[in-house]
Design a binder for this molecule. Structure first.
Ligand SMILES: Nc1nc2c(c(=O)[nH]1)N[C@H]1C(S)=C(S)[C@@H](COP(=O)(O)OP(=O)(O)OC[C@H]3O[C@@H](n4cnc5c(=O)[nH]c(N)nc54)[C@H](O)[C@@H]3O)O[C@H]1N2
Ligand SMILES: Nc1nc2c(c(=O)[nH]1)N[C@H]1C(S)=C(S)[C@@H](COP(=O)(O)OP(=O)(O)OC[C@H]3O[C@@H](n4cnc5c(=O)[nH]c(N)nc54)[C@H](O)[C@@H]3O)O[C@H]1N2
Ligand code: SF4
Ligand SMILES: [Mo]
Length: 686
């Protein structure tokens, strides 16, 4: 099937592909083949005609003078950012011949590296997966964001299911737990505001007084990584005051007596000490939770980037079952809705192309270590080729000193497909210009709602940019792969991705299709766990030799008085960036100004630091220079290093990940970005 011809003047329906739970429907106005503006589609209920600041400036990003417009080949030392333009033919031929040579020794020396640059099912892992499966490359465990919390949810509720965002507007109590909704989930925040106008109480649980926390009725500024302790103490209060729904517990849950016993050890006093907040605040939270009908939790991923992240999610996910909050569509919990989507991965990713081969799997969260591993019997071959797309690992992966050391290896062959010359692209042997969402086809679900959306290209590719899928088609051809699946075009890939679950013609006509999902998913139990119940106790965890009950697992790095590194650091995103994307959009960077660390007045005073001073944030892993912001947003003992700046825009060529560690979470093999001990010292007065 040939692609339909683009119209020169049109309003084109699309979707926002960024790693954001809102997955907005876009309308792009095109005149004379040029995109003039990108707006939210008012016909799409979740978008409601509104986009965030970042994406409403999408044309600025698309037509940026800094866009990569042609393939580039390295001409200077690794990391120098020196390149010369080459033709697509030369680039594809040379890359294919290098990959052939490396794969002929051992295909597992080749590693794909990708994440959330685009969440589209076609431009993320369709043609790319087919390519790497055929090659027999190492597999990538995509853990960098959500796998700890995801597993916590799966072991408790049975999958990534939960409340529908729209019904939060009917809730009477909303607990925003580990999320800065105004920054990262603005369309949910609109629902929460509606609820607030109708009299709902809004509580925020976050170590940082975030933009969201300051607008809530109550803010519990707990120590990072103490959420499970808080949840267990709430459970104890529910027991002591008999704020339980005994009928729901009996019919629809598993293991209450064991969980009850554990919860009873979490007195208000014990939890208050661990969490670093007043007992009264915990009591109030428990009372509100136990006595409000239509009580809802918006849990988000910010609270699972610590050692006990999955257990914390498990503990919090037990709360709605204890009070029967799930009975009402305006009660319960939402972390992610993504299990609702049945992507046709078998036909899209074609794992059958592996044949009988079973390549090793490498964890994207330990890239720094992995790139520095030499061949061994347990490890297998050294990584010799790295193909990066939809990700900026040099900026976003933990312990970037190690990541940079790996990327700097002269014997590592690196290809980076990108829109811009990122920190990662600086280390490439080849940089290949990729299309943006305005220039390619895609289809996608969401982790904050349950609609499937279609993205039609609005404009021709800018410069010589090609879509990820097209780049992998070209590489496959050059490698001599003859399977017909390597010829499938993007429109057909969109069709393959949605499978038979969704009417593709309806998608083409309207731009989005809503899945049929129950309004209150667990009103009558029906949890998709092995027992069919909300599993307080998990036999699946016990079978792995793990604690079957949720517990509080202290952080790896809990600073104590007298420590060399006496401060805890969290590094949540800055509002106008999306991870490391948009950092190079000048109008957005102008709002965020410069890299900074928020520090409390008491910690600043003890170090002679004032707002605007240049400081270093450091530990044994490295040192990050930035400006200090003495701010009530930071609780004493905790500093907030807002992310994720490009390293090359940092004062000393680093960013916050210079100090984060490569340790992993309790479940899900995920990074612990917010479990990090540092010291902050003055470098220069303002
Ligand atoms: N503007 C913007 N939007 C985004 C992103 C972005 O970078 N910028 N990123 C996108 C992506 S990839 C994701 S995964 C989501 C992330 O969005 P969220 O799931 O909301 O997660 P974070 O932004 O990591 O953290 C949210 C809040 O959790 C707090 N927090 C940190 N540690 C703890 C803790 O131990 N306990 C508790 N209770 N809270 C803690 C942080 O201070 C922060 O305010 O947002 C998406 N949306
Ligand atoms: N310290 C700290 N580190 C963190 C986090 C944190 O909170 N603190 N958050 C973590 C989280 S939650 C996540 S999800 C990760 C995110 O890490 P990444 O998934 O790497 O996300 P981005 O930094 O946004 O980089 C995505 C890149 O993909 C590119 N891109 C976008 N669309 C396309 C496309 O169609 N084709 C190609 N080839 N490229 C494209 C963009 O230009 C961008 O440079 O970062 C993690 N790192
Ligand atoms: S980043 Fe999120 S809020 Fe912004 S347009 Fe995309 S989906 Fe919507
Ligand atoms: Mo993420």
């Amino acid at each position: 099937m040939t692609h339909p011809v683009l119209e020169k003047n049109a309003v084109v329906r699309g979707l926002c592909p960024h790693d954001c739970p809102d997955t907005c429907a876009l309308l792009t106005t095109v005149e004379n083949g040029r995109a003039l503006k990108v707006q939210g589609n008012p016909a799409h209920k979740h978008t409601d005609g509104v986009l965030c600041t970042k994406v409403s400036r999408y044309t600025e990003r698309t037509y940026s003078a800094k866009r990569l417009l042609q393939p580039l080949k390295r001409s200077g030392p690794k990391g120098s950012g020196q390149f010369v333009p080459v033709s697509w033919e030369e680039a594809i031929q040379d890359i294919a011949s290098k990959l052939k040579a490396i794969a002929s020794e051992n295909p597992e020396s080749v590693l794909p590296y990708s994440y959330g640059g685009t969440m589209g099912w076609v431009q993320s892992e369709s043609m790319a997966s087919r390519f790497f499966h055929k090659l027999g490359a190492s597999l990538l465990d995509r853990t960098i964001c959500a796998s700890a919390g995801g597993e916590g949810l799966v072991y408790t509720l049975g999958g990534k299911f939960g409340m529908q965002t729209e019904f939060f507007s009917e809730s009477k109590l909303i607990v925003i737990w580990g999320s800065n909704s105004i920054t990262s989930n603005i369309h949910f925040w609109r629902r929460a505001q509606e609820a607030k106008r109708n009299g709902a109480k809004i509580i925020c649980i976050d170590p940082r007084m975030s933009e969201t926390a300051e607008k809530c009725h109550v803010h519990l500024a707990i120590q990072p990584g103490t959420d499970a302790a808080l949840a267990l103490a709430v459970m104890r209060e529910l027991v002591v005051n008999d704020w339980l729904d005994h009928d729901y517990i009996e019919k629809y849950t598993l293991g209450w007596s064991a969980l009850r016993e554990r919860a009873m050890t979490w007195t208000l006093q014990r939890a208050a000490e661990v969490c670093g907040i007043d007992e009264a605040l915990i009591r109030e939270l428990a009372k509100d939770w136990g006595t409000t009908q239509k009580a809802a939790i918006r849990l988000n991923y910010g609270m699972q980037r610590v050692k006990g992240g999955a257990n914390a999610v498990r503990a919090v996910a037990c709360l709605p079952a204890l009070t029967g909050a799930w009975r009402d569509r305006a009660g319960g919990l939402l972390l992610s809705s993504s299990s609702n989507f049945k992507v046709n991965k078998v036909d899209l990713h074609r794992p059958d192309l592996l044949g009988s081969r079973r390549p090793r799997t490498l964890n994207m969260s330990t890239l720094g270590n992995d790139l520095n591993q030499i061949a061994s019997a347990e490890w297998g071959p050294q990584v010799k080729a790295l193909l990066v797309y939809n990700s900026n690992p040099v900026a976003i992966a933990p312990q970037s000193g190690k990541v940079v050391q790996g990327f700097a290896r002269e014997d590592l062959f690196t290809v980076v497909m990108e829109h811009f010359q990122t920190d990662t692209a600086d280390y490439a042997d080849y940089v290949l210009p990729a299309t943006t969402q305005l220039e390619h086809w895609d289809v996608q679900g969401s982790y904050g709602h349950t609609d499937v959306l279609l993205n039609k290209p609005a404009i021709e590719p800018v410069g010589q940019a090609k879509s990820n899928s097209e780049i992998f088609r070209l590489l496959a051809k050059e490698m001599g792969y003859t399977e017909p699946c390597f010829l499938e075009d993007d429109v057909s890939l969109c069709r393959t991705a949605v499978g038979s679950e969704v009417d593709f013609d309806a998608l083409l006509a309207k731009g989005f299709v809503s899945l049929k999902v129950p309004e209150a998913p667990f009103a009558n139990g029906e949890f998709p766990t092995p027992s069919g119940r909300c599993e307080f106790v998990s036999d699946r965890l016990a079978a792995q030799g793990l604690d079957p009950l949720p517990n509080h697992i202290p952080n790896y790095e809990v600073p104590a008085a007298g420590d060399l590194y006496p401060l805890a650091m969290i590094s949540p995103p800055a509002r106008n960036f999306l991870n490391s994307s948009f950092v190079n959009v000048e109008s957005l960077r102008a709002i965020e100004k410069e890299p900074l660390v928020e520090i409390s007045a008491v910690d600043a005073l003890a170090r002679g630091i004032a707002t605007g001073d240049t400081v270093k944030v450091f530990n044994d892993r490295g040192e990050y220079h930035c400006k200090a912001d003495v701010s009530s947003r930071a609780r004493p003992g905790v500093v907030n290093g807002l992310g994720i700046w490009w390293r090359k825009m940092g004062l000393n060529g680093t960013n916050v990940n210079e100090v984060t560690s490569q340790l992993l979470t309790d479940l899900g093999r995920a990074p612990v970005f917010y479990d990090c001990q540092v010291e902050v010292a003055l470098l220069k007065k303002a």
